[in-house]
Each structure stands twice: as C-alpha cells, then as structure tokens.
Write a protein that binds this ligand. Structure first.
Ligand SMILES: N[C@@H](CCC(=O)N[C@@H](CS)C(=O)NCC(=O)O)C(=O)O
Length: 204
C-alpha cells in the first residue's frame, strides 16, 4: 500500500494527501516532522537524505519532493494529467510557481504570524513578506478571473499545489485584502470532501 510520511500542518504534505484522496487511493499516513520528530531516524534518512517531508513509498518506489510526488501520482493514475502538453503545462506552471515564487514571500508570513509568539515577531519582516504575498495573490486572482481553476477548466495539479497555501491564507489572523475570484475558487475547494479531509486541518 502507498505510504505517505509527513505532518498534516505542512502544505507540502497536504498536497500529497489531497491528491491521494482525490484519486481515491488506499494509503497509510505516517505523521513525521515538526512536533512528531523522526526526520533524523536513520531509516527515514535512508529514504529521504534531506530529512524533510513529504516522502512516499509506493510499493517499494520511494520518492521525495512534493511537486514531483503529485506529478508522479497524477501520471500513474491518469488523473489530473492531461495528455495535451499545453494544458498540462498550465497546471505545471502554477505547481512550480507555488513553491518557487509564492512560498518565498508567504513563508515569512506563515512563520511570523502562526509559529512565532507575538513578542518575538519581526513585524517589519512580516509586513514586507505580507506585501509581497499580496502582490503574488493579485496574480492568482487575475488568473482566476479568466478561468475557473488554476489548471484550466477543471481542477488539476496547479490547484492541488496551491490549495494548501490558500487554506493557510484564508485562515490567517490578519486583515486581508479582497480577492473575489480567489475567494470564490477557494470556496469551491472547501466543498470538496478530499480537500476538507486532507487540507483543512489545524495550521499550528
Ligand atoms: N521542496 C521540498 C520541501 C520540503 C520541506 O521543506 N518540508 C518541510 C515541511 S513543509 C519539512 O520537512 N520541515 C521540517 C519539519 O517538518 O520538521 C518539497 O516540496 O517537498
């Protein structure tokens, strides 16, 4: 059976759990990292020498890197994996952008507001990161004004890669600017049982 390692409050882990749920896979989830520890266990390091989650073992095939994992599961099961290269690239673009661009700004917001006690926060750094996050979300909002999903006409990998960040954004204890198209897309995600189960878990 597919095994998935990783704590559920990690957006990189959430996307893997979410796609497994959307596809309807049988899997075993093993919480690891953060408060669960275990990243330095020799057995885990052997699977992922980076000592990071998520990591999967699919019947003996071990894989790490969240975006690679969701691409692998999509390709293997023929879901969220359009044959048309251009259509596939639309989803791929957002998948790569989510971690390669968006997370660069959002990480400091998340860590600052959710994982740092108020008295220890670097408010200037959080404000800078928040502004950069808003600029990035303006791009997402614009895209969602033009198509119902980040991956095109249907839910796809780009949405799955970004959906965890959206959940964190809408749960932030901060005043957020209005992004109507993003909010409407997010509302649709929250109606999906797989998203509810895999992504809408406590952030801290
Ligand atoms: N690029 C990697 C990043 C993996 C990563 O940074 N994982 C974090 C959680 S999001 C981690 O394992 N942190 C240590 C911990 O959870 O204790 C991926 O997308 O899988």
């Amino acid at each position: 059976m597919l095994k998935i390692w990783g704590r559920v409050n990690s957006n990189n882990v959430r996307k893997v759990l979410w796609i497994a749920e959307e596809i309807g896979l049988d899997y075993e989830h093993i919480p690891l990292g953060g408060a669960f520890g275990g990243l330095d266990d020799p057995a885990f390091r052997k699977m992922n020498p980076n000592g990071l989650v998520p990591c999967i073992d699919d019947e003996g095939f071990v894989l790490w890197e969240s975006n690679t994992i969701i691409r692998y599961l999509a390709a293997k099961h023929g879901k969220f994996w359009p044959a048309d290269p251009a259509l596939r690239a639309v989803g791929d673009k957002w998948t790569d952008w989510a971690n390669g661009s968006f997370l660069l700004s959002f990480r400091d917001v998340l860590v600052g507001l959710l994982r740092t006690p108020p008295e220890k926060r670097d408010h200037a750094a959080i404000e800078r990161a928040f502004k950069a996050t808003v600029a990035n979300l303006t791009i997402v909002n614009q895209a969602l004004q033009e198509m119902p999903y980040l991956s095109g006409q249907e839910l796809g990998l780009g949405d799955i890669a970004f959906g965890g960040f959206a959940y964190s954004w809408f749960g932030l204890p901060a005043e957020r600017p209005d992004f109507p198209a993003l909010a409407e897309w997010y509302e649709r995600l929250t109606q999906r049982p797989a998203y509810q189960k895999a992504v809408m878990t406590p952030n801290t």
